[in-house]
Ligand binder design. Structure first.
Ligand code: SAH
Length: 354
């Protein structure tokens, strides 16, 4: 039995069942045994691969997206270039290299990474050794300045709560203990104000998810962009309006039981993009756009062609496969979506249609 499993069983024995959100926080960020606290989970040898690890084109195009937004919003002389949950730091490295030629951009940018894991922070320090970047643990610590922000596969790692609709209210899905260890159960049904707006599109027995942590992050982003200007780009898997149980555990590129071996597998939930937009009512939001279409509008096909000219054999084949993987609708092209948030009364950022 893993050490974290024992810790959770003891906690539940003492305090009673825990929420899915509490479970996710412990599994992902427990200082000693949490998934992100102990390892570098990315890449083919890890448990999952993310877009910036698949091809340099992803970070390059997102970097140029930020540069174009900065230009369109009057080139503020000093701004925060933030990334939420930067993993290995690959996206920022590619974004920074790609924007080298944009006059004045590097001089005005203050790159800051928001990272909760000490372990991944050390990995990012190595990847970004050449760049003068800063780190903060949470978004409230970002400087008060115009904010241009990127978040790829960050929101899916934030803790969610799950609720099941009953005739007389919502019962929270909880994690308790049974004869075989950790098991799912339910609290008693109650009135949940945050789910009032889901009464119209759900019926008894349906499960819905909320992510209070995402709500708090978006409120902070919204306050900063409203006060100082800027824009935010969120790329993740999920949909406009989520319904059902989307919690999943991934280990060695395979789905595994969520309660089996806590801390040893990545835990994620689909992102409810509508909830993100609702958490920032003072900002405008773009249309939710499939990643493939978004990257194509930013010029991924042309960039892929330029890079292909210098490649041959196995490296050419892997470059072509990466391009396909990021954009094709049977790969990440449709499952992943992009959403931009920006100050009202301005046109949507690059890659989005009004
Ligand atoms: N964006 C990267 C990594 C995605 S994995 C990529 O695309 O490759 C999720 C990242 O978010 C990790 O860096 C993880 O340590 C970080 N993270 C998870 N929860 C966090 C939290 N509450 N606050 C800050 N960072 C967090």
């Amino acid at each position: 039995m893993s050490r974290l499993n024992e810790i959770l069983l003891a906690r539940i024995a003492n305090d009673g069942p825990i929420s899915v959100a509490d479970y996710m926080v412990e599994c992902l960020l427990h200082p000693e045994y949490g998934y992100y606290s102990r390892r570098d989970p990315f890449g083919t040898a890890g448990d999952f691969t993310t877009a910036p690890e698949i091809s340099q084109m992803f970070g390059e195009l997102l970097g140029l997206w930020v540069a174009q937004c900065w230009i369109d919003r009057g080139q503020p002389a000093s701004f925060t270039f933030a990334e939420l949950g930067p993993g290995r730091g690959t996206l920022m490295a590619d974004a920074w290299r790609a924007t080298k030629g944009v006059p004045g951009f590097h001089a005005a940018a203050n790159p800051v990474l928001v990272e909760a894991s000490e372990h991944l922070r050390a990995v990012q320090q190595t990847t970004l050794a050449e760049i003068d970047v800063g780190w903060v643990t949470s978004i409230e610590e970002l400087p008060e300045a115009p904010l241009f922000l990127l978040a790829n596969e960050f929101f899916d790692a934030l803790p969610i709560q799950q609720f099941i609709r009953h005739e007389n209210g919502w019962a929270e899905r909880l994690i308790g203990t049974g004869k075989d260890g950790l098991c799912f159960g339910q609290g008693s049904a109650r009135h949940v104000p945050a789910l009032e707006h889901r009464l119209g599109d759900t019926k008894s027995g349906d499960m819905v998810e909320i992510c209070p942590a995402a709500h708090a992050v978006l409120q902070d982003v919204s306050d900063r962009i409203n006060a100082h200007g800027g824009a935010a780009l969120i790329v993740d898997y999920g949909d406009w309006h989520s319904l059902g149980d989307t919690l999943q555990a991934l280990k060695s590129h395979e789905t595994v039981d969520v309660l089996h071996q806590p801390g040893q597998a990545d835990l994620t939930a689909h992102v409810d993009f509508e909830a993100l937009a609702l958490a920032a009512p003072d900002l405008s939001h773009s249309r939710l756009t499939p990643q493939g279409i978004f990257l194509q509008r930013l010029g991924i096909d042309q960039r892929a062609e330029v890079l292909a000219r210098n490649l041959s054999g196995a490296s050419l084949a892997s470059h072509l496969a990466a391009h396909h993987r990021l954009t094709a609708s049977d790969e990440m092209g449709t499952l992943f979506k992009a959403l931009a948030l920006y100050a009202p009364h301005s046109s949507p950022p690059p890659g989005f249609k009004s």
